[in-house]
Unconditional design. Structure first.
Length: 236
C-alpha cells in the first residue's frame, strides 16, 4: 500500500514533540488522531480490547469511519464480545475483527489444553501478537489506548512513537490521560463501557487469565495473576 507520508522515526519524533505541547487532554488526543488520519489515510488503524469505547469514540470523532482492530482470541468474556458489538453499532467505525490462524480446539490439539496456564507468553504470541503483526503489515501506522499511569512498564509511553519491531509509526493518543480524564470523557459522551468493570475488574483481557482486583490493588493486578507476567507483548 502507498501512503501520503512515509513513516520514519524522525517523523514520529517531530510529531511527538509538537503534540506534547498541547495541555488539554481531549484536544491533545484528537490532534494526534487527526494528524495520523491526515498523514496516513487508509493506512492507519487503531486497536481496541473493547474494555470501553473511549479510543473508538475519539478516533471516529477525528476520523469518521476509522478502522478499529479487535483481536478475537477465542478466549474473551461474553461481555467483551457484547461490548465490541455495541461499539460497532453505536459509533461510525469500521470494525476489523481479527482471529488467530488456529481455533482454540486446534491449538489445544497441537500444544495441549490450557496453554495459557502453562505458557502464557506462547499463548499470547499465538493468539494476539502474531495475528496483530499479520494485520498491521498492511498499514503504515497504528494507534493504541495505553496510558502512562496504568503501570510502571507504560510510564514512558510517548504520544507518537516509532514501532521499530514493526517498522511503522505508533500513536498513543491518550497516553497522558489520568483515570479521572477517562471517567469524565466516558460520562460526558456516554461512551459504551464493558460491564465487567462493575463486577470489580480493573483491566480486561482473556477470560482464563483475568480476575477482578481487590480494593487497593493496581488496576492490572488481575491480569495473569501469579504468573509474573504483566504484558501480552503487543506493546513491547
Amino acid at each position: 500500500m502507498t501512503t501520503a507520508v512515509r513513516p520514519t522515526p524522525e517523523l514520529a519524533d517531530e510529531a511527538n514533540a509538537r503534540f506534547e505541547a498541547i495541555a488539554d487532554p481531549v484536544e491533545q488526543a484528537l490532534a494526534v488522531l487527526a494528524w495520523a488520519g491526515e498523514a496516513f489515510g487508509e493506512n492507519f488503524a487503531i486497536t481496541s480490547s473493547m474494555a470501553d469505547g473511549l479510543l473508538a469514540h475519539l478516533g471516529s470523532t477525528a476520523i469518521p469511519g476509522v478502522k478499529v482492530v479487535f483481536l478475537d482470541t477465542g478466549y474473551h468474556f461474553a461481555e467483551t464480545i457484547g461490548t465490541r458489538d455495541w461499539i460497532a453499532s453505536a459509533l461510525p467505525i469500521t470494525l476489523v475483527d481479527v482471529t488467530p490462524p488456529q481455533s482454540v480446539a486446534e491449538q489445544d490439539a497441537e500444544h495441549g489444553a490450557r496453554l495459557h496456564d502453562r505458557d502464557p507468553d506462547l499463548c499470547c504470541a499465538l493468539r494476539k501478537v502474531a495475528p496483530l503483526a499479520t494485520t498491521l503489515a498492511g498499514f503504515a501506522a497504528w494507534g493504541s489506548g495505553i496510558r502512562r499511569e496504568e503501570s510502571p512498564t507504560r510510564a514512558g509511553t510517548r504520544l507518537v512513537d516509532w514501532d521499530a519491531k514493526r517498522g511503522m509509526v505508533k500513536v498513543n493518543p491518550i497516553a497522558a490521560w489520568t483515570q479521572d480524564d477517562v471517567d469524565a470523557y466516558i460520562e460526558r459522551h456516554q461512551v459504551p463501557v464493558n460491564p465487567l468493570f462493575e463486577l470489580g475488574y480493573g483491566s480486561i483481557g482473556c477470560a482464563p487469565c483475568t480476575r477482578p482486583v481487590a480494593p487497593g490493588e493496581d488496576a492490572r493486578a488481575g491480569r495473569w495473576a501469579g504468573q509474573g507476567k504483566t504484558e501480552c507483548g503487543l506493546h513491547t
